[in-house]
Design a protein around this ligand. Structure first.
Ligand code: SF4
Length: 595
C-alpha cells in the first residue's frame, strides 16, 4: 500500500492549493501522529498563534472508513487559548468525507481577504466569498452552506464557526454537521483568524481497496463489529449515553456544582441522564461509520403564544455539556440546560469552557470582585435567562470584562481577582472532581482534556496515594490513547480495540507492522507531540492548580496538597524526559551538517 500521505494544502491568502505527498505511514501512522508531523512542517514557531501563516490541520487515520468507530478527525493548530500546539477531535461525517474525497489530511494556511468558505471534493476546489454570513449563527450558516452542495448529503461534511470564532474568543469551537464539534482549545478562533467561516468536504469518490486482503479484512472486521454490537461494551453509550455518569459521579461526590463549591447535590435527579431520556430524548444519531449512535438529541419546546403554541428545536446533549452549563451553573432543569446548550451551539462556543468561565464570573460577582455594570447580566447560579445574556456577550466580546473572560477564567481572574476559585486545569476543568490524580492529569495533559489519560477512573479505583503508581497509570493510558488517536478512532471504542486488534486491523488493510514496530512508532509520536508542545511554550512548572481544587470535598475527603504537588513535580519531569527523546528535523539537518 502506498506509504505516503495524500495531503491537500490550501493557502487562503494566495487562493492557491496543491496536493502533496507527505512521508510516511511508518513514521506518523495517521490522525494525531500525522497532524503532529504536518504541524512541524508547516508551523511558524517564531510567530504568534493566530498569525495567518500558522496552519490549521485536519487529519484522518489508516482505518478511517474501513472499520467501525474509526470516525474521528484530528484538528491541530496553535491554540489561541494558551499559544501552544493543540489538538481537538471531532466526528460527524468529517472523517469519511475526507477519506472519500481522497485525502489523508487537509492543511490550511494564510488568511482570506474576506470571510470565506472552502469547498472541495476529489476533483474540485472552491474558495468562495461569504462575507454576507458575517456574524451569522451556526444553524443559519449550516443551512446556507448545505445549499451550496445540496446533493449527496450523506457523503458531505460541513464544518463551520459562529460569532465566537469570528470574534476570536479563545474557546470558540468548530461545529461539525450540527451535532459534533472540534470543541476545546479554540479551533473556532483558529479558523476565524483565517477569515474561514466554513469548510464543505464532499466525499465524492471511491477509495482504492486494492491492497486489502479480503479474507483477513472480513475476519477482523467481523470480530471487532461483534464486540461493538453484541457485547455489553457499547450499550451504555447508546442507551442513556454519557449522561449516565451524572448520578454515579454525584453519588461519589465528584460532580462539580456551582463553580465547584460542592461535589454533590440532591437536585441531581432533575438533570440526570435518566431524566433527559425520560422527558427530552427524541432520538440517537451516529457519526458516519459508527454502529453505536451515542449522540443524544433532546427536544426543546418553547411556548410563544397564549394558546398552546410552541416552537421546537433539537439540541444534542452529553455528560460534559450538561456539567458545563448545568451543575456548574446550578441550572437544575433539563429544559433549562437545553436552552443554554442551544445558545452555546448557535454562538459557536465550547460548552465546557463557557460554562466553567461563567461559573467563575458568577462567584466573582457574588463576592463583589466585579459588578453588574461589567457582567451586564444579573449572574446568579440557576438563572438561565441571565446566562443566556452572558453567553451572547461572551461570543460578541461586548465589553472589556467579556473580552477577558473570553480568554479564560484564570486570565480574567488575573485581572479582576478570584484566581483561587477559577476552576482551570490547563484549561477550564472537565466534569470530574475525583481527586489529585485527575487534577494533575488534566493540568499537565497533552490536550488538557479528561481524555488524555482517563485518570478520573484511577482516582475512583485507588485510595492509595502512590506517585509512581499514578505516573505509570497515566503513561500507560497516554500510550494507548496516542495509538487510538493516531488511528483517528473514537475513544469510546477502547474495549473493541485493544492494541492487538488495532494491529490486526492495520495488517488486514495492507499496513504491515509488527508489534515492536508499532510500539516504536507510538513512542516516537509521543515524544514528537510533547516536544512540539514544549517548543510552543508549555511550561508545566507554571501551570497552576487553583486553591478551589484543594478546598472542595471529594469522596476521599479534601485533596492532599503534599501528594498533589509531589505528583505534579514528578509527572512534569517524566513529560520533559519524553519530549527530550525527540529531535526536530531542522536540528537533525544541523547535526548532519556539523558532522
Ligand atoms: S460512539 Fe458516538 S462519538 Fe463515537 S463514533 Fe460513535 S456516534 Fe461518534
Amino acid at each position: 500500500m502506498n506509504n505516503k500521505f495524500r495531503v491537500l494544502a490550501v493557502d487562503l491568502g494566495s487562493r492557491k492549493s496543491k496536493i502533496e505527498y507527505f512521508d510516511t505511514r511508518r513514521q506518523w501512522l495517521g490522525g494525531s501522529g500525522l497532524a503532529a508531523g504536518l504541524f512541524e512542517k508547516y508551523a511558524r514557531f517564531d510567530k504568534e498563534p493566530l498569525h495567518p501563516d500558522q496552519p490549521v490541520i485536519f487529519a484522518i487515520g489508516p482505518l478511517t472508513g474501513l472499520f467501525p468507530l474509526m470516525s474521528k478527525t484530528i484538528m491541530s493548530f496553535m491554540s489561541p487559548y494558551n499559544g501552544q500546539y493543540a489538538e481537538s477531535h471531532g466526528g460527524g461525517r468529517s472523517a469519511l468525507a475526507l477519506k472519500f474525497a481522497g485525502f489523508d489530511a487537509l492543511v490550511i494556511t494564510g488568511r482570506a481577504k474576506r470571510l470565506t468558505c472552502l469547498g472541495f471534493g476529489a476533483n474540485e476546489i472552491h474558495i468562495q466569498d461569504v462575507h454576507y454570513l458575517k456574524g451569522m449563527d451556526i444553524f443559519k450558516t449550516g443551512k446556507t452552506l448545505r445549499n451550496f452542495k445540496p446533493k449527496n448529503p450523506g457523503h458531505r461534511s460541513i464544518l463551520r464557526i459562529g460569532p465566537a470564532g469570528e470574534n476570536l474568543v479563545s474557546y470558540a469551537c468548530v461545529n461539525v454537521d450540527t451535532y459534533r464539534h472540534f470543541g476545546r482549545m479554540g479551533g473556532g478562533a483558529a479558523m476565524g483568524a483565517k477569515n474561514l467561516k466554513g469548510i464543505i468536504i464532499s466525499g465524492d469518490s471511491t477509495h482504492d481497496l486494492n491492497q486489502i486482503s479480503v479474507k483477513e479484512y472480513n475476519k477482523t472486521y467481523k470480530e471487532i463489529y461483534t464486540i461493538i454490537t453484541q457485547s455489553n461494551a457499547m450499550h451504555k453509550y447508546h442507551n442513556l449515553g454519557t449522561p449516565e455518569n451524572l448520578i454515579p459521579l454525584n453519588e461519589l461526590k465528584a460532580l462539580p456544582w456551582r463553580n465547584l463549591q460542592s461535589t454533590h447535590d440532591p437536585e441531581i435527579e432533575s438533570i440526570s441522564g435518566e431524566k433527559f431520556a425520560q422527558d427530552q430524548l427524541l432520538r440517537q444519531v451516529a457519526c458516519a461509520g459508527c454502529p453505536v449512535g451515542c449522540i443524544h438529541i433532546g427536544l426543546l419546546r418553547e411556548r410563544f403564544g397564549d394558546d398552546h403554541e410552541y416552537l421546537y428545536r433539537q439540541v444534542s446533549y452529553d455528560y460534559e455539556p450538561i456539567f458545563g452549563v448545568g451543575s456548574m451553573l446550578g441550572v437544575t432543569s433539563a429544559p433549562g440546560v437545553l436552552t443554554l446548550l442551544e445558545d452555546v451551539e448557535k454562538l459557536g462556543l465550547d460548552a465546557i469552557s463557557a460554562g466553567v468561565a461563567l461559573a467563575w464570573a458568577t462567584e466573582a460577582l457574588e463576592k463583589g470582585l466585579v459588578n453588574e455594570e461589567q457582567t451586564l447580566a444579573p449572574l446568579k447560579f440557576g438563572n438561565v435567562g441571565a446566562y443566556q445574556q452572558a453567553l451572547d456577550h461572551l461570543a460578541l466580546r461586548t465589553n472589556d470584562f467579556y473580552t477577558e473572560l473570553g480568554k479564560g477564567a484564570l486570565k480574567a481572574a488575573e485581572k479582576f481577582g478570584g484566581e483561587d476559585f477559577a476552576c482551570v486545569l490547563g484549561q477550564e476543568m472537565a466534569g470530574y472532581a475525583t481527586g489529585e490524580n485527575y487534577y494533575v492529569s488534566q493540568a499537565l495533559g497533552f490536550r488538557h482534556s479528561h481524555l488524555d489519560t482517563g485518570a478520573y477512573s484511577f482516582d475512583q479505583e485507588e485510595t492509595a496515594r502512590d506517585v509512581q503508581k499514578s505516573i505509570d497509570y497515566m503513561q500507560n493510558q497516554e500510550y494507548y490513547r496516542i495509538l487510538m488517536c493516531s488511528m483517528a478512532g473514537c475513544l469510546f471504542g477502547r474495549k473493541a480495540y485493544p492494541k492487538e486488534n488495532i494491529l490486526k486491523a492495520l495488517n488486514s488493510v495492507g499496513h504491515e507492522f509488527s508489534m515492536e514496530e508499532l510500539d516504536e512508532t507510538i513512542r516516537a509520536i509521543q515524544a514528537h507531540r510533547w516536544a512540539i508542545k514544549f517548543k510552543t511554550g508549555f511550561k508545566p512548572e507554571e501551570v497552576k492548580i487553583p486553591k478551589r481544587f484543594l478546598e472542595v470535598e471529594t469522596w476521599k475527603g479534601k485533596a492532599d496538597p503534599d501528594y498533589l504537588f509531589r505528583l505534579k513535580d514528578e509527572y512534569q519531569k517524566v513529560l520533559q524526559d519524553v519530549a527530550a527523546k525527540h529531535s526536530f528535523e531542522k536540528d537533525r539537518e544541523k547535526e548532519i551538517e556539523d558532522t
